[in-house]
Design a protein around this ligand. Structure first.
Ligand code: ADP
Ligand code: MG
Length: 235
């Protein structure tokens, strides 16, 4: 899959996620407006004013964080290859995708071990892979009540195991076998590029993907990646 296609897919993805981001930023704006009103009315109660300001600052910081991570993801891919902390990147991507999950009534769960889990690769591409998998999992839940997408990261020996699970629509064996082919999509607004790109990146990382799926039950993507030895200048 060429880098132009990968970039096109990325823009498509972030475009589709944008609407949920608007909500994520509007909510803190509304909250801050309310607290500013309270502050202007709370004549002289320093303790209250202090608490309201603290809430405002943390609300603004959260909105700013999500926006800047979202914007960082929209930038064109670079060619860098470095030690990447998968734990941190998974956390960031989950934060960026949580508004999209909320908008689709999907609970997004994240379980990972503390500390670092380093792989050698391009952090922007890895974020994009995670975003694709999470987005697909959320979209697979369009018809599911109590929809849950769970992200689990574990390490064992010299490997990282990342599981993206959903209790959504699932796939038949025939469908599952077509995964990763360019332009294979069952969605009206799908590009069929997300998984093709993701599989390519995982291969570049020296990893592998296994899919287990059952129609109307859900799907599990299990990604295995080789870990690298920690070094002093790692991110
Ligand atoms: P797109 O999302 O644009 O359709 P992708 O390459 O991301 O393209 O996915 C290709 C196809 O694989 C989807 O259209 C869908 O049919 C199937 N698919 C991917 N992930 C899942 C999932 N978690 N559950 C069910 N089907 C999935
Ligand atoms: Mg997709």
């Amino acid at each position: 899959l060429s880098i132009e296609y990968a970039q096109k897919e990325k823009l498509e993805t972030i475009g589709q996620v944008a609407a949920s981001l608007v909500h994520e930023v509007r909510n803190p704006l509304t909250a801050v407006k309310g607290f500013l009103k309270l502050i202007s009315e709370s004549s002289g109660n320093q303790e209250k004013v202090h608490r309201y300001i603290e809430i405002c600052v943390s609300e603004m910081e959260r909105a700013e964080y999500i926006l800047s991570e979202y914007l960082a993801i929209t930038k064109p891919f670079t060619d860098r290859r470095e030690q990447v902390n998968l734990n941190a990147i998974l956390q960031i991507t989950a934060d960026v995708m949580r508004p999209y999950a909320n908008m689709n009534n999907v609970e997004l769960q994240l379980q990972h071990e503390d500390g670092v889990c380093r792989v050698m690769g391009n952090p922007e591409k890895i974020k994009q892979v995670l975003m694709n998998l999470i987005k697909n999992a959320i979209e697979a839940c369009y018809d599911t009540e109590n929809a849950v997408v769970s992200l689990t990261l574990e390490t064992f020996d010299n490997e990282a195991f990342l599981y993206v699970r959903d209790n959504g629509i699932g796939m038949s064996r025939e469908q599952a076998e077509r995964l990763g082919s360019v332009f294979y999509s069952t969605k009206a607004a799908g590009t069929g590029l997300g998984l093709a790109f993701s599989y390519q990146v995982i291969q570049e990382l020296g990893g592998s993907v296994q899919v287990r799926s059952e129609p109307r039950k859900g799907t599990e993507f299990a990604i295995t990646l080789p870990l690298c030895e920690p070094s002093a200048n790692a991110v």
